[in-house]
Design a protein around this ligand. Sequence first.
Ligand code: FAD
Length: 504
Amino acid sequence: MSGHASYDVVIIGGGPGGATAAYDLAGAGVSVLMIERERFPRYHIGESLTGLVGDFIREMGLAEAMDERLFPLKSGVKVIGREAKGEFFVPVLRPTWQVRRDEFDQIMLDRAVASGAQLRLGTVVAVQRTQDRVSGVHYVPAGADRQSAIAVRAQVVIDASGQHTLLSRLGVAGPRQVDAFGRQIAIFSQYRNVVRDPGQMGNNTFIFYSKVHHWSWFIPLSPEVVSIGVVLPVDLYKEHGDSPERIMSWGLENINPDLTARVQSAVRVDDVHVIRNYSYRIDPFVGNGWLCIGDSHRFADPIFSFGVASAMLEARKASSVIVSALQSGSCAQPFAEFEAFSNLGQDGIYDLVRYFWKYPAFFGIQSRGKLRKDIIRMFAGDVFSQEVQQPLAGMRHSLYGAPAERLPDAWSHEVARRVLCRFADFQGIAVAYMQLRGEGAELSFVIDENAPEVVQLVDSFSEDLCKEFGADKLSISRRFDHHATLPPLLPRDAHLLISNHTPR
Ligand code: FAD
């Protein structure tokens, strides 16, 4: 080992998380070294950016560089189920881009260096410790052997190593725990000659889904090329082919008829890539003199494209917390404020995506009803804000307020489908939730206080549903959004319960 360089902060990895932290820290006058093992530009998955990332890009003065590369301007996400009623569109809230990650990550890295951060090409292989505290890293410069590792001291080490999860592998952070979305495989490539929507809408992301954890993305990357991915549960993918190319073809043919129609004349222009078991969490992810940001400690199902937004948001929060710690001379403390911030946002992403997979049709309902503005906000990337905790609470009630046993998916989908067919335009209905309960389910409608005429429609619809699905299986409640004027109680034998409390 040789070398005794010393920095305030060393960052492992120069992806969007590492580069954003380096940019913020250098801008605050902190001495910062990024160590990146790959020579950029390098391939990376993760091409659809949220509105919030668009804000950050503009704040970093990169809008012109983005436009020069002709990255498509994204105005929203269309989610398309197998049935017509399963489709909804969520706008991005703030303008943003779809990116070719090799070029985007290079732009970000260059910006961090231009702001004063230093960059070394090399692989971090170990941490230094001083008593119980991480006090630096050892890295092997590109092209050198392990014996030539260089030691660098730091007040704080940030792990931004992405799916490599370096501090976890080194036993500094906790072990990698696979979560509910953990066992998935994504197979993806790039295509020309695919059918896009006309005009500006042709720049948007499409998400096609069929049964649980079977989905596809369709992300335009340039005027000609579209990134397409097929995602399946890991244990099932071999049933659909014996090579990534075959499984990809199976997905294009079978995930969704709309996708199939769009790729009839498609020509593949890239290799077929595969990534699996990419969802996990690592705990603890902060400690004395170190913290993890972005994929280096947590990642959930990428269906709603939160990855880059989370990495950048965490980078910004980590930077501000580290600047305060450096000023107060107390970097040895575990970064509790950062930890709480990260858990709030990452738990929100996890539950939002879980809610989508458990109640996809109801997710569609929420995206049209009163929660629409909250869903738009979350899709923009504001999942880490306090404001979205209230709408998430309603979804969590459906997810966690009930015992684990569940009715067959088909049953709840069918109830949701009926709701969507009956109240397609959502006039007068603010929110509808469904909660599976042991042997049955509870459906609750929140009616717009200005639409009392909807009450009768809901009641007769509810009676029909109870008759059909069994009054012992389905209980239905309704209340006004502002429950000052509660409607009269319905006969108990209809098994319709009117409650005047908000779904928890
Ligand atoms: P990364 O971007 O992975 O950067 C980590 C960097 O660390 C890399 O450059 C790596 O070379 C470097 N590194 C690793 N180990 C070392 C080491 N020992 N020493 C030095 N350097 C090291 N996100 C979106 O926002 N939109 C999407 O559409 C999207 N789609 C996705 C689809 C799939 C199938 C998957 C799996 C993910 C998707 N993501 C998406 C997520 C996105 O790819 C990541 O969340 C994002 O890249 C995380 O950024 P990061 O900076 O934390 O890590």
